[in-house]
Ligand binder design. Structure first.
Ligand code: LLP
Length: 462
């Protein structure tokens, strides 16, 4: 990425980074909520990120609340328009599970997808309607199943026959009939990175359609008295830009539903197509048009359903990353700059893999800027080293930045998803706060963790 230089005279007091890049013949990669102010500071949702870092400290996660709400509305609108009124997006809370985000999902009338008793507890703590929760996971424990059945969660997304029996037993004890949806794998390659591809036959999730195991799974579900089979689920992967695999998965799922009707006399009411829409982290990734992609997927789905003479079904989806990912950025302070002549330049930041393990895990690419010198020409390449005692603790390599100085503020874009939710306490580093920006004001949805809180389980007095 190249950030062109400018002179103060050329620059209007407020301008959009993306337009600015385009004006200079550079590919824009950033979002329309990011601007640079007259102090040359990066702003998000109109607020000066450098001032926010001074107020809240670093590392710091910032989230644009309005943008998150808009995404939720976009999904709701598009799904109801293209799949019909009974369809529903479930926010995949694994992307960012904190009470405030779940409250927003509640206010926007979405469902929520949880994958552990912990995520369910967060939803319960904000009074989220239990009938709009999907409980996922390939190894739910007995205790988690009992907790969720006891709360009356809307749907279990079941991964195995063993799990079906456990839910059946738990529901029997409570005298309820638990709604479930079966997770099946359509055998589709989503063209994303291996760690997040989940719809192939070789997957730890669900049971494959092509091998016939999904049909036997359905048969078992139909034979158990205390569970009610409501439909089928698939999720082919995450960070997907290619629309074809999404459309293919919808076609396969519609075909499978029709097969189960023809072979077992069972008509699914619900088809859940999972999540997976990508967001741009770097300039080579183009923003997905959510409405248009859902329209296309719905077209494939409906064509197959009508070809097979299947009546209306409710369709669920489970977006996570595309709800929160590009509404967040992280700020760090540069603690040191090291130049190894002829080899490499390093900047050392006050965070790293403890607040963002994605580069260490997947070599995920990020766009970075110096928030306090946001418009300066990025003419030097840096490896961004985290604070942990581990060489693999990096946020990126060969990142173009202006010649960096100690005390500069590094902004890493697109950290709203799978950052806070994947943060760790490695090296006893407390988790940063999540500060929400809305209507020119900021507030901490999650405050900075203290040492005492981080180590609470090691003290007797808490
Ligand atoms: N539904 C299911 C069943 C899933 O497994 C996932 C993500 C989602 C929905 C949401 O997918 P999304 O819309 O966010 O793509 N830690 C990885 C991502 C793992 C995704 C796991 N499942 C990362 O940092 O890229």
């Amino acid at each position: 990425m190249h950030i062109a230089n400018y002179t103060m005279a050329m620059k209007p007091p407020w301008y959009n980074i993306k337009q600015y890049y385009e004006k200079d013949g550079c590919d824009g990669v950033l979002y329309d909520n990011l601007t640079i102010n007259e102090k040359d500071h990066l702003c998000m949702a109109g607020m000066d990120t450098v001032e926010l870092a001074q107020e809240y400290g670093t590392p710091l996660y910032l989230m644009d609340e309005e943008r998150i709400i808009n995404r939720m509305r976009t999904y709701k609108r598009a799904m109801s328009k293209h799949f019909g009124g009974t369809s529903l997006p479930f926010y995949a809370s694994k992307a960012l599970c904190c009470r405030r985000i779940i409250e927003l999902a509640k206010a926007e009338d979405m469902g929520v997808d949880v994958v552990s008793a912990g995520e369910l507890f967060v939803a319960e703590s904000v009074g989220f309607p239990m009938n709009k929760i999907c409980f996922h996971g390939s190894s739910k424990t007995r205790a988690e199943i009992d907790y969720a059945v006891g709360l009356g969660v809307g749907f279990f997304i079941c991964d195995s026959e063993e799990e079906l029996r456990r839910i059946d037993a738990s529901a029997a004890v409570r005298g309820v009939r638990q709604s479930i949806i079966l997770r099946v794998t359509p055998g589709i390659d989503p063209h994303t990175f291996a760690a997040v591809a989940t719809g192939l036959i070789d997957s730890k999730f669900g049971l494959p359609i092509p091998t016939g195991q999904a049909r036997e799974f359905t048969r078992t579900a139909l034979s158990l008295k205390n569970i009610e089979l409501r439909g089928f689920h698939c999720h082919i992967g995450s960070q997907i830009f290619d629309k074809q695999p999404l459309c293919d998965a919808a076609t396969v799922m519609a075909g499978f539903a029709a097969d189960m009707r023809d072979e077992l006399g069972y008509s699914a009411e619900i088809i859940d197509l999972g999540g997976g829409f990508g967001v741009p982290y770097v300039e080579s990734e183009a923003e997905i048009d959510i409405d248009d992609t859902i329209r296309l997927v719905a077209e494939h789905y409906k064509a197959e359903m009508s070809r097979r003479g299947f009546g209306d079904t409710a369709v669920f989806m489970e977006p996570g990353r595309s709800i929160v990912g590009d509404s967040g950025l992280t700020l760090y302070e540069i603690q040191d700059v090291k130049v190894i002549p002829g080899l490499k330049n390093y900047v050392a930041i006050d965070g790293g893999m403890t607040d963002n393990p994605r580069y260490a895990l997947y070599q995920s690419q990020y766009t970075m800027l110096l928030a306090n010198r946001a418009g300066e020409r990025a003419d030097t390449l840096y490896t961004v080293g985290g604070r942990c005692c581990e060489s693999g603790d990096m946020l990126g390599e060969d990142i173009p930045l202006p010649a960096a100085r100690v005390g500069d503020m590094l902004a890493v874009m697109t950290t709203g998803a799978y950052n806070y939710s994947m943060a760790s306490h490695y090296n006893c580093v407390p988790k940063p706060p999540i500060v929400m920006l809305k209507d020119g004001k900021s507030y901490a949805a999650v405050r900075r963790e203290s040492f005492h809180e981080m180590l609470a389980c090691q003290f007797d007095d808490t």
